[in-house]
Design a protein. Structure first.
Length: 346
């Protein structure tokens, strides 16, 4: 871990001029950053503050597992400037956590949130997963009600997905575990949308819900196409014209950084690719696709074609137009990926 922290700091120096703008958000994620100790976190922050200009109202998020959260660590995170926590709860029920092979239990899930609140963190997000074989309809409702009772200002809720070549995929293939039930997932999603709305949380992206003023600024910037720099193995960066991604192997990453080189691949985006990326991400948000931005990237032809392609989904009630924005309806959110693919410019 000390080697990795040094390497990430060195990569930040090598990438110092990648972003021209001051930094609005920082997100410590993509693993278990809550394992970092005092000196490691402070070292990273010293490097970042030396290299980049921080906005006064910067949002700094750290991903943490419930079993990693204690009073000492919460005090440390607060002292270095972390002002938002994303806690990987997944469920408040033991059978779900055991099935997902999580290290924490249901009691730790609740205790971690209460400890964070007691430590002064008022910007907390939790992750919940729905549609799994162990999660009943009743327990899904109770998971959401627990979130509301604990006054969590931000919720990220994801349908369980089965990735190929994983242990879960193999167990389903060999009938050791039941397959995912799409009807159950759709029902859970409907429950999610309804209950969060009743509790005063806005669905500002298909999987993300927040009370007023607590949307994730970091993810919102990503969905709106702003530039970002990713540091560490497998991290992605985007500057508007190109996308690059670091090697996903720790040893190869460390070896390259020690030689003062960044081990990445790069893709230069054509105007059509930039359009399609914007369509894919913006469609998932409550603001939808801004037609003025489409025109800015692709001109009149792209704007006219997009409106024409969207007509088929407006007729079936899956999309709607609100002034200069094309949005998904609640029904359309079930088909977001397929609709985005149909809207892609060729």
């Amino acid at each position: 871990m000390p080697e990795m922290v040094d390497a990430i700091g060195m990569e930040a120096k090598l990438h110092q001029h990648y972003l021209k703008e001051s930094i609005e958000t920082i997100y410590f994620g993509g693993g278990t950053p809550s394992l970092l100790n005092n000196s490691q976190l402070n070292k990273l922050f010293r490097v970042l503050k030396e290299l980049f200009e921080f906005e006064p109202s910067i949002e700094i998020t750290l991903e943490a597992n419930p079993d990693d959260i204690n009073e000492e660590k919460l005090a440390l995170w607060k002292s270095v400037g972390i002002n938002r926590l994303s806690i990987g709860v997944q469920s408040f029920f033991e059978e779900d956590l055991q099935w997902m092979n999580r290290a924490h239990n249901a009691a730790q899930a609740i205790e971690s949130i209460q400890l964070a609140q007691k430590a002064g963190f008022d910007n907390i997000s939790i992750d919940l997963i729905y549609g799994g074989p162990t999660l009943t309809d009743e327990h899904w409702i109770q998971n959401l009600e627990t979130c509301f009772r604990l006054k969590i200002p931000h919720l990220s809720a994801y349908a369980l997905t089965v990735e190929p070549k994983t242990a879960l995929a193999q167990k389903i293939k060999t009938k050791l575990l039941p397959d995912i039930d799409p009807a159950k997932q759709a029902s859970h999603f409907n429950t999610l949308v309804s209950l969060t709305s009743n509790a005063g949380l806005e669905q500002y992206e298909i999987s993300n819900f927040a009370i007023a003023g607590k949307k994730s600024r970091h993810n919102s910037n990503y969905w709106s196409g702003k530039h970002y720099l990713g540091l560490g193995p497998a991290a992605h960066s985007f500057n508007g014209n190109s996308r690059q991604w670091n090697v996903a192997n720790n040893s190869l990453y460390l070896t390259a950084i020690q030689k003062n080189t960044i081990p990445f691949e790069i893709e230069f985006l054509t105007p059509v690719q930039q359009l399609n990326e914007y369509i894919m991400t913006a469609l998932r948000t409550s603001e939808g696709i801004n037609l003025d931005k489409i025109q800015l990237i692709g001109g009149d032809t792209a704007r006219i074609r997009l409106i024409e392609e969207a007509q088929q989904f407006m007729i079936t009630g899956k999309m709607k137009r609100k002034e200069q924005h094309l949005l998904l309806t609640d029904e359309g959110k079930f088909f977001a990926d397929g609709i985005a693919a149909e809207l892609f410019q060729l």
